[in-house]
Design a protein around this ligand. Structure first.
Ligand code: GUN
Ligand code: ZN
Length: 435
C-alpha cells in the first residue's frame, strides 16, 4: 500500500562542508512510501492523489532517521555511573553489568527496551556492541528483526583483563561470532559486525582469530575502540610492546579497511592518522562519552583534512544520552574548545547521510533518495516551552536546526518511521514553527 507523509521535508545529497549544493528542503513537501521504501520526494501538490492515505506532520520537519554508529546495548543500566575514567569505569560498572547478559531473559527484556530508547530518540539504525555472550546478540537481532529495524551488531570478543563472567577464549569467540554472523548477517535488515572490544581485552591469540574472521567475511563491519584515553593507550602499548602505535595492533592482524569503525580515535599519532586515511578506516566521534569520561577532544577538522571519514555517535553508556541531537550539541561544544565549528547543516548531515557514508550504507539509509528504506524522523523545534520561545525569533532553516541541535532531545521527536511504520505515538503539536 502506498502512503503519503506530508511535512517540511529535508534531506542531504552532499556534505555541506564540501559543497553548497548539499540539501533539498521543501516547505510543503511529501514523501511517498510503499512496502517500507521511499518511492518519491517532492512538493505535496505534485505527489498528492485522492486515493492515497496521508499523514500530515506540518509544521514539523521530516528527515531521514538518525544513525548511531557506536553504542553499547548491554550498558542501558550503566549510563550515568559516577566518578570514573575509562579503565576504572569499565571495571567498576561496566563489566559487572555486562555479565548479567548471560541470562537470555535479561538480554531479551533489555533488547526491547534498548530499541524503544533508540526509536524514542529518533534513531532508526544503531551499530551496537553486545556483551560477550552470544545470547545478547541473539536477543538484539531478534528484537530488531521483529521491528524491521536495520541494526549492525556483534557480540564482543574479549579474553583477558576482565572478570571470567565476561570472557570468552580465542576459539569460543571465533566460533560464536561465526555462528551469529552466518545466521544474522544479511538476514532482512540485520548486519553482523565483527567486534573485538579493544586490544586490552584481547590476547594476541584472539586478535589472530579476529583477523581470520575478517579475512573470511570481508563484507562485515568490524568495530572496536582506539585511543580514547591516555592511560588506556599506555596500558595497550605495554601489552603489545612490538607495536609501533595503538593502530598498529589492529593493522598487524589485518583489521584495517573501510569497514573498520574505530570508536573515539582521539589521541592519534601522525602515522596512525596517515594509515587510517590510506586504508579508509573510519573514526567515530563520541562527544558525550568523551566529556563524561574525561577522555579528550576529538579533532574533527584535523582528521577531515587528512582524508579520514568520521561518524558521530552516542557511545551509551559511556555516553550520557541516546539523543543524536544532544550528541550534536556536545559535539558542537567540543569543536568549540578545539577552535572548530560545527554548522547545523553539517551536524544534521553527519547524523544522517554522513553516518550512512561512514558505514558504506548510503544506498539504503541516511538519505531520502527514491529506493532508500523509509526510515524517517519527524522533528518538532518547538517541543518545549523554552524551544518554542527561542523559535519565535528563528528566521532561517539553519537557525531552526541549530535550536534542535542545542536544545533538542527525545521531546523534539514527534514521530519516527522504521521501514515505513510509525513507531512513536504522534505528539500533539505544541507551538509550531513561527514565520
Ligand atoms: N573501550 C573498551 N570498551 C569500552 C566501552 O564499553 N566504552 C567505552 N567508552 N570505551 C571502551
Ligand atoms: Zn564504546
Amino acid at each position: 500500500m502506498q502512503q503519503l507523509i506530508r511535512g517540511r521535508v529535508l534531506g542531504f545529497h552532499a556534505d555541506p562542508s564540501e559543497t553548497d549544493d548539499n540539501h533539498r528542503y521543501i516547505e510543503d513537501g511529501a514523501i511517498l512510501i510503499e512496502d517500507g521504501r521511499i518511492l518519491a520526494v517532492d512538493e505535496y501538490t505534485v505527489l498528492a492523489r485522492p486515493d492515497l492515505a496521508e499523514i500530515d506532520h506540518r509544521p514539523h520537519l521530516i528527515m531521514p532517521g538518525f544513525i548511531d554508529p557506536h553504542i553499547h546495548f548491554p550498558q542501558v543500566q550503566v549510563i550515568a555511573s559516577w566518578g570514573a575514567q575509562l579503565l576504572d569505569w569499565l571495571n567498576t560498572y561496566t563489566f559487572p553489568e555486562e555479565a548479567r547478559f548471560a541470562d537470555p531473559d535479561h538480554a531479551t527484556r533489555m533488547a526491547g527496551l534498548f530499541l524503544d530508547q533508540l526509536t524514542a530518540h529518533g534513531t532508526t539504525t544503531g551499530v551496537a556492541f553486545c556483551s560477550v555472550h552470544a545470547t545478547s546478540a541473539e536477543a538484539l537481532f531478534s528484537a530488531a528483526e521483529a521491528r524491521d529495524m536495520a541494526m549492525v551488531a556483534g557480540k564482543v570478543m574479549m579474553d583477558r583483563n576482565a572478570p571470567d563472567s565476561v570472557l570468552d577464549t580465542p576459539q569460543q569467540g571465533y566460533d560464536d561470532s561465526k555462528r551469529l554472523l552466518e545466521k544474522w548477517h544479511g538476514r532482512g535488515r540485520q548486519r553482523y559486525a565483527i567486534t573485538p572490544r579493544f586490544a586490552i581485552t584481547s590476547t594476541p591469540g584472539q586478535m589472530e582469530a579476529t583477523g581470520a574472521l575478517v579475512r573470511e567475511h570481508p563484507d562485515c563491519h568490524v568495530q572496536t575502540h582506539l585511543s580514547e584515553n591516555l592511560e588506556e593507550i599506555e596500558f595497550t602499548l605495554s601489552l603489545y610492546p612490538e607495536a609501533r602505535d595503538y593502530l598498529d595492533i589492529y593493522e598487524k592482524y589485518g583489521l584495517l579497511s573501510d569497514k573498520l569503525l574505530l570508536g573515539h580515535s582521539i589521541h592519534l599519532r601522525e602515522r596512525e592518522i596517515a594509515r587510517m586515511a590510506e586504508t579508509g578506516s573510519r573514526a567515530v566521534f563520541c562527544p558525550t562519552s568523551n566529556l563524561f569520561l574525561g577522555s579528550g577532544l576529538f579533532d574533527e577538522a584535523g582528521l577531515r583534512a587528512a582524508g579520514i571519514v568520521s561518524g558521530i555517535a552516542t557511545d551509551v553508556g559511556g555516553g550520557t544520552s541516546y539523543s543524536m541531537l544532544q550528541t550534536l550539541n556536545e559535539g558542537y561544544k567540543i569543536l568549540q574548545l578545539r577552535g572548530q565549528k560545527l554548522h547545523p547543516l553539517q551536524a544534521f548531515h553527519w547524523a544522517t547521510r554522513g553516518n550512512a557514508l561512514a558505514l558504506g550504507m548510503q544506498d539504503r539509509i541516511g538519505t531520502l533518495e527514491p529506493g532508500s528504506d523509509a526510515d524517517l524522523v519527524v522533528l518538532d523545534a518547538g517541543a518545549t516551552d523554552a524551544m518554542a520561545l527561542r523559535m519565535e525569533r528563528a528566521e532561517a532553516l539553519a537557525e531552526e536546526l541549530f535550536i534542535l541541535q542545542i536544545m533538542g532531545d527525545d521531546r523534539a521527536i514527534a514521530q519516527v518511521y522504521v521501514a515505513g511504520n510509525p513507531r512513536k505515538p504522534a505528539a500533539q503539536p505544541r507551538n509550531g514553527r513561527q514565520g
